[in-house]
Design a protein around this ligand. Sequence first.
Ligand code: NI
Ligand code: MN
Length: 226
Amino acid sequence: MKLTYLGQSAFHLITNGINLIFDPMISANPLASHIELSSLSSDYILLSHGHSDHVADAEILAKQNNAKIISNYEVVSWFENKGIAGHPMNLGGKYPFEFGTVKYVNAVHSSMMPDGSYGGAPGGFVIWNGDKSFYFAGDTALTLDMKLIPMLCPTLDFAILPIGDNFTMGYEDAVLAADFIQCDKIIGCHFDTFGYIKIDHEAAISEFKNAGKELILLKIGQSIDL
Ligand code: NI
Ligand code: MN
């Protein structure tokens, strides 16, 4: 799997030749001004919830690539009204897609579409295939529900967790989240994009190191092989 960070909570992932994009908010992010939307391939766009810092570029990317949106029922319906195909899910459900099995898991957060309409229940995704298993948490507080993930899903190889605080858990809580999901390799997201969520990178990395875990903070545009 090759994972590329696109800023805020946006990632591009290639697995078994299939291109996935998570939570794209790229063109409206000044920190990601060097990322060209037209350069991004996607077969599926996974949206954790309806907030604009997660869905802003979903329409343009879906239309550019004829990609399918995977999200909760309400988010998928909102995009279907714009002529974009989707696969609706809801909390606790899993489905075997061509790139792997996706389980839509609980997130403790809120969800509203950019036009103010209802955005359904926010969630995260656990995804596994013959190669790897990982968790994309979306926006969430630390929650005991995370303890269900290792009980219900294959052992995680890595997890993408929000660490910016204020709107989601901060990095101190994310260390506990890593315990709950039994995963020691964490990729941070949802930090630095705006003032409320600016963090001290070194402090965040040492908080994880002191707990015997690894926090990876990718630069925007940087890729990692997992
Ligand atoms: Ni949000
Ligand atoms: Mn957010």
